[in-house]
Ligand binder design. Sequence first.
Ligand SMILES: *Cc1c(COP(=O)(O)O)cnc(C)c1O
Length: 373
Amino acid sequence: MPRPIEALIHLDALQHNLGIARTCAPDAQVWSVVKANAYGHGLVRAFEGLRSTDGFALLDIEEAKRLRELDWRGPILLLEGIFEQRDLEWCSRLGLWHVVHNDQQVDWIAQHKTEWPHRVFLKMNTGMNRLGFRPHAFRNAWARLSALPQVEEVSLITHFSDADSPKGIAEQVAIFHQHTADLSGERSLCNSAATLRHAQDPAVRGDWVRPGVMLYGGVPDYPEHDADHWGLQPGMTLRSRLIGIQHLQAGDCVGYGSRFTAPGPMRIGVVACGYADGYPRHAPDGTPVLVDGARCRLVGRVSMDMLIVDLDAAPEAQLGSEVTLWGHGPQRDGAPTRLDIDEVAHACGTISYELMCALAQRVPVTVLDPQAA
Ligand SMILES: *Cc1c(COP(=O)(O)O)cnc(C)c1O
């Protein structure tokens, strides 16, 4: 028998979450963001769950090739644009749309020989100060691109730094509108947080939204809101089993560095899951873990292949009991159980994005596709 850890990918959840994005941004088209191997879910798997999208947004030409091999003929957008001039050959060949965020990319396009003019998304830096043209330089870049025979259509794009927080997006939206009011072209502004929180406003929604983490059931503004609040479902379950049980006395310690000391007699379970599987090593004592669907707490340092849980809340747990690190757990007392990845991430001082993306290569993945069943 293989080591009992596995990840489940819930294709129906991806599809459901895409539906939530559509509901939040009626009439807008959706770029499903599948960068970083679809946030750890697997590009090909995510493609199956998200094929009713309007387009896929990603970073690497290799990933774009993959989608074309799967016979995806719809739009594909390179979110960071091209990295060298030769990349334009692939954009022409595969029909890729690409973000243009600096003058060098414009120069490269101007020198590119192609029979098929490109669709480009010209990016404005409205305050995040990552990629994009400054507002005062935007019009000039737009005019230059629009005049190129290599360019079929120029769309306008920006990215929010604070869509998930109280600072909000008003300032960035105002800058974007102020400098694009009389420019033609489709607009794209919203990541997941902005799609969920602000896309009701047509001026913010634009023509295309770009949800990423929400498609996988991650909540961008946790803990202000949780998955239930937004109606999102987990795209991934990480689960394993108990492979050891220990009975401790007061003063006994647990794991490397003896980080946890038993205050009294207790039963602990050893789970076949560690940081080499993608579970965060810095998870503190008390991080929630489900055992047989009961909420237990992690104790002691996470090691490479194992972690340890206090079984106080799961007295019937035994060797082989099912352990849910995040996602859907087994039924308990006749009811379904769930541990949101955001809750685990929050306990570990990080965000669900990082946990999803860190799922390790060695974890076997099973795709659950209720429609194929
Ligand atoms: C990653 C990314 C997104 C998606 O962000 P989420 O917070 O995961 O929704 C959208 N737009 C751009 C430019 C990105 O890089």
